[in-house]
Design a protein around this ligand. Structure first.
Ligand SMILES: Nc1ncnc2c1ncn2[C@@H]1O[C@H](COP(=O)(O)OP(=O)(O)OP(=O)(O)O)[C@@H](O)[C@H]1O
Ligand SMILES: [Mg+2]
Length: 391
């Protein structure tokens, strides 16, 4: 998707891919097949490039720092990127910047498991146990109903040799995401704040803009994301995943306040709606930012956009994707489909579909159609039996 945007900007990309059939490698002529944890592979992909950037956060910080020392222009730079790589580093920095975050503590090793008991005494159960690095799509995040459960999960995560983060389970009203971009020149641009809907720790739907979000709260979320982008020195797209809390929190004020869950410094799932729903997609904006171009207009092109992820079915259907697409377009000509060229595996994000709506009052219907379309593409089954009702 970044490559699609690069074509229009007259830029060429070189991609580091783990295998020749990786999604990005399928569409890019200039591919280095190698590992993102191997310094020589990273050097090969960076050689002669104007800028090196990322579509995930798993390149080890030490290697990114080495590349910078060797003169590679890395965006975002490692001093920013580390806050998207390590949840403990991020929690501590945000707390130091006076940004509201869930109450948390760190367990450094198997000798410190008693810290969980102390935390539970202060904050209570249930708790959330997180591995500090390497998680995605809810992997490395577990809900613990009591101290014994939390200790058991922490013991398992600590086997990786990394610290574990324990935090309060926040009573969520819903989850939001504030997506912004920042250029080295210092320009910032914010898209409308969106609502993200998760199922089993995986994002399944995004609604842009977040329905019913008071203007002041939306503006506060955008300002927070722009401030963080500047304070952390982010270059490129920054997604700030937010919890809107359900209950008044003594320290944080009235209901409807926001806590930061985590940061991503790359095009993010909560920004996929921008490919069809905004004047500038997050992929183009990320390129503009890392190239230090002026940023694009982040306005929405429709009153409401719904994005639904296409998640691999438990058992991939026998009907081919080509035929599924054919049927989808016959029923829903307005569906904007983006497939990633990935092999179908249960729960894997295989693509996404955007729907634009002319009237926010139609949101329930739009969400229903997006859900049905995504389910059809992964399962070859219409959840409503097959009739397209009342378009
Ligand atoms: N402290 C918490 N209280 C309540 N729910 C939480 C908490 N932390 C995480 N969650 C839930 O788990 C989901 C995944 O958590 P988190 O974003 O930390 O993990 P991740 O695997 O890194 O996510 P991603 O899918 O964004 O890569 C959140 O979107 C939220 O639904
Ligand atoms: Mg997350």
């Amino acid at each position: 998707m970044t490559h699609q945007a690069a074509i229009a900007l007259g830029q060429t990309l070189r991609v580091l891919a783990a295998a020749a059939d990786d999604p990005a490698a399928q569409v890019t002529p200039d591919v280095v097949v190698g590992s993102h944890t191997d310094l020589d592979d990273l050097r090969r992909v960076a050689a002669g490039a104007d800028v090196l950037t990322f579509d995930h956060e798993h390149v080890p910080t030490e290697l990114v720092e080495k590349l910078v020392a060797e003169g590679v222009n890395v965006a975002p730079p490692p001093r920013a990127l580390r806050h998207a790589q390590d949840k403990l580093v991020m929690r501590r920095r945000l707390a130091a910047l006076d940004v509201p975050v869930p109450r948390h503590t760190a367990v450094k090793g198997l000798d410190n498991l008693d810290e969980i008991d102390a935390f539970a005494k202060r904050v209570g159960a249930p708790m959330v146990v997180k591995s500090v690095r390497g998680g995605y799509d809810g992997r490395g995040v577990a809900m613990a109903h009591d101290v014994a459960h939390a200790r058991a999960i922490a013991r398992e995560y600590l086997a990786d040799g990394l610290p574990v983060l324990i935090e309060e389970r926040v009573e969520l009203r819903r989850e939001l995401s504030a997506l912004v971009a920042r250029s080295p020149f210092g320009q910032g641009a914010a898209w409308p704040v969106v609502q993200t809907v998760q199922r089993d720790g995986i994002c399944v739907q995004v609604i842009a803009p977040a329905p019913g979000l008071p203007d002041e709260l939306a503006a506060a979320a955008q300002q927070l994301a722009l401030r963080l982008a500047a304070q952390l020195g982010v270059v490129g797209v920054l997604a700030v995943e937010l919890f809107e809390t359900a209950l008044p929190r003594k320290r944080e004020g009235p209901p409807g306040t926001l806590l930061v869950n985590e940061l991503a410094m790359r095009p993010h799932n909560s920004g996929h709606w921008t490919m069809d729903g905004s004047r500038t997609s997050q992929f183009e904006q990320h390129l503009r930012a890392v190239l230090d171009y002026p940023l694009g207009d982040t306005g929405a092109v429709a009153p409401v956009t719904v994005m639904a992820n296409v998640l691999g079915a438990a058992r991939p259907p026998s009907m081919g994707v080509d035929e599924r697409l054919h049927h989808l377009f016959a029923r829903m000509p307005d569906a904007r489909v983006h497939l990633y060229g990935k092999a179908e595996r249960p729960g894997r994000k295989l693509g996404h579909i955007n729907f634009l709506g002319a009237d926010p009052a139609d949101l329930p219907h739009l969400r229903d159609r997006a859900e049905r379309a995504a389910h059809w593409l992964s399962h070859a089954q219409w959840t409503d039996g097959g009739e397209e009702r009342g378009r």
